[in-house]
Design a protein around this ligand. Structure first.
Ligand code: WT7
Length: 635
């Protein structure tokens, strides 16, 4: 039998070696024994990182929803697939069984078809964390439409850019959303966005907050009446393994967001296999990932990975602070959650609240704790381990990316001994390496370099929608024949990896991946501003926060700086979303630049971090005099 479920360390090493020595046979076995294929592949793997071109299970046919739903019906029709916990703790949780999920996905799929959506069409999903969100992804997959989920916290501008980039013909949304004590007018944001999206023919609107909204005749349709009329039988479209399953946008260090394209067969196999092992999921466990489905974490580890394993996955609408900071623990207790997966930023925010809020609840169901999204600092790790896990639930610090589709470096709980702040060992089939800046591979242990991956894995993104050249330049050009992650890492004396953070201009704020360029572009639209530079600085809760250095066109102008700061953050909120707002804004007379005109962010980063004892070489600057001025006025 294959090695689908790894149970001890020796087995990990043995299976790992097998997966590296003979990847094709290894993945063929995993894929062949644990999934439902309409037709098996002609070839397991075809790849060329130079082109780059990567194909897994070519020639195979399947539908991912048959794997995530239909095949569980014989044994699990009455088991909860999705456990929906509403924003308001007084609203009853909803248990959606595999049987019900099957019907609801099929009805939704039939509505999509009736509304003219065809295989290969792109559908934008801008829906809050309600069951319709998960169901809409699966409904698209059922009929072979490509979903593009946009996190329902993005602004209308950001939404429009994403809709247009991938030519979506339909948008699925809701009248509004709940977020703690607030409501958000989602439909209004969609209306605003669609003023500049000519390709969208239909908007399906789920009812959530019962607000008054305007429906544009011919374009906007309430979802529920259409679902009520639809048949709950819908034959799954038979897809090729390499057909796109979805597009998901992620920030780059420059330019517009990148629409990462994930395909069907390899993504399914890898997310399912990692889910089973990284969380040691066992039958009847209740698993909860607190991420939003708008991010890759939610795609892979709320929807596809858990459902492919027939798991029970919690979908939580609310926020950790509502009605108070005990909410997470209340949910763990109420639903007897066994695996809990969250982000360091949430852990730090909760740690600030003191332990009384935890002690009120019974957390004894917990077996595995997960962390993802950014490096977890030592203090937060210990707090999580001691207070939430009571030192008995291993923490898996799992490193991966939108581009990797699934978890890449992680301890396997109860298998890999953990070490605070270390993501530890590569997952089965993953071949990481560390490179120096000259392009030399660093051999041996106790080295520090740039993290690359030498060999393809089944869920690697295959391209950037509409821009294969950018895919090549971003990921496969820094080092020959390797996928470059953009992260720095070190390897300790036993071969454990510790991720040290981004080495490019991407800043991770509260676990959200933000590129500096789009934020700077938004700021520079302000008529009074000549230029700006954004850097990250350490923040207690967010991990990193944003610090903006801004020069005004007319330095002598006596504008009210407080008002300007508000205007700048409003501009950022409108263009990108409130998550990109700046914590600190310093007005400067100039920005330090190299002779080629490039802003020397290294210096700005040090000043923002109050680490100015050694600014490094500033002799190559065009305008070294501005550095002292910036230091004198630093916030
Ligand atoms: C970047 C990817 C994939 C999950 C959500 C984020 C950082 C992610 C860790 C970790 C240190 C981490 C990296 C990575 N990151 N997990 N366990 N330890 N850093 O996906 O938005 O594509 O961001 O998040 O810098 O490159 P994403």
């Amino acid at each position: 039998m294959s090695n689908y479920h790894i149970k001890h360390l020796e087995e990990y090493y043995q299976v790992y070696r097998k997966s590296i020595r003979d990847p094709e046979n290894f993945w063929e076995e995993i894929a062949g024994e644990h999934f439902l294929w309409r037709k098996k592949w002609d070839k397991v793997l075809d790849w060329d990182f130079k082109k780059p071109e990567i194909k897994w299970f070519e020639g195979a046919q399947l539908n991912i929803t048959e794997n995530c739903i239909d095949r569980h019906l014989t044994t699990k029709s009455d088991q909860t697939a999705i456990l929906f916990e509403p924003n308001d703790p007084n609203e009853e949780a909803e248990h959606i069984t595999y049987g019900q999920l099957h019907k609801r996905v099929n009805q939704f799929a039939n509505v999509l078809k009736e509304q003219g959506v065809k295989r290969g069409d792109r559908v934008c999903i801008y829906v809050p964390m309600i069951p319709e969100l998960a169901i809409s992804l699966l409904a698209c997959a059922r009929i072979g439409a490509i979903h593009s989920v946009v996190f329902a916290g993005f602004s209308s501008k950001a939404l429009a850019t994403r809709i247009n980039d991938s030519d979506c013909k339909m948008v699925i949304t809701a009248d509004g959303s709940y977020r703690g004590s607030k409501t958000i007018d989602l439909k209004g944001i969609v209306d605003e966005a669609l003023k500049s999206c000519k390709g969208v023919q239909t908007v399906l609107v789920a009812k959530r907050i019962n607000s008054e909204i305007t429906m544009k005749a011919g374009r906007d349709k309430w979802l529920q009446p259409l679902l009520d009329k639809a048949s709950y039988k819908c034959k799954a479209e038979i897809m090729n393994a390499e057909d796109p399953l979805f597009i998901l946008y992620t920030s780059g260090s420059t330019g517009k967001p990148k629409g990462m394209v994930h395909t069907t067969g390899g993504y399914m196999v890898y997310t399912a296999y990692t889910f089973k092992n990284a969380f040691q999921y066992k039958e009847n466990d209740v698993y909860w990932c607190t991420a939003d489905i708008g991010w890759i974490t939610g795609h892979s580890y709320i929807v596809y990975g858990p459902l492919a394993n027939g798991a029970t996955t919690v979908l939580f609408e609310g926020v950790p602070s509502y009605p108070d900071f005990g909410r997470f623990w209340d949910i763990v207790d109420k639903h007897k959650v066994n695996q809990f997966y969250t982000a360091p930023t949430a852990i730090r925010a909760l740690a600030k609240q003191g332990v009384e809020l935890i002690q009120k609840y019974d957390l004894s169901s917990l077996k595995v704790l997960g962390s993802v999204g950014e490096p977890i600092n030592e203090e937060a790790w210990h707090w999580y381990n001691d207070n939430v896990g009571k030192s008995k639930s291993p923490i898996i610090d799992s490193w991966w990316q939108t581009e990797t589709g699934g978890i890449m470096i992680t301890p396997i709980p109860y298998v890999t001994p953990t070490k605070p702040t270390y993501a530890t060992l590569p997952f089965i089939g993953i071949q990481p390496c560390l490179m120096d800046e000259e392009g030399k591979q660093l051999k041996g242990n106790q080295v520090d370099g740039r993290l690359c991956i030498k060999f393809p894995w089944p869920s690697i993104a295959r391209t950037i929608w509409g821009n294969h050249q950018r895919y090549k330049e971003t990921y496969f050009s820094a080092y020959d024949n390797m996928y470059f992650t953009g992260d720095g890492a070190l390897r300790d004396e036993v071969g454990y990896y510790r991720i040290t953070g981004r080495v490019d201009d991407v800043i991770i704020v509260s676990g959200h991946n933000l590129g500096t360029a789009p934020i700077e572009d938004a700021i520079n639209e302000h008529p009074a501003i000549s230029e700006s530079a954004i850097v990250g600085f350490p923040h207690d809760i967010k991990g990193s926060a944003l610090y903006g250095y801004i020069t005004l066109k007319d330095a002598g102008e006596s504008r009210n700086h407080e008002n300007l700061r508000k205007e700048i953050n409003q501009l950022i909120s409108d263009r990108i979303g409130p998550i990109s707002k700046l914590d600190k804004i310093q007005f400067t007379t100039g920005l330090p630049k190299t002779r080629s005109g490039k802003i020397m962010r290294r210096i700005l980063r040090k000043i923002a971090s109050k680490d100015t004892s050694n600014l490094g070489d500033t002799s190559t600057l065009l305008n070294p005099e501005c550095v002292q001025d910036i230091m004198d006025n630093a916030l």
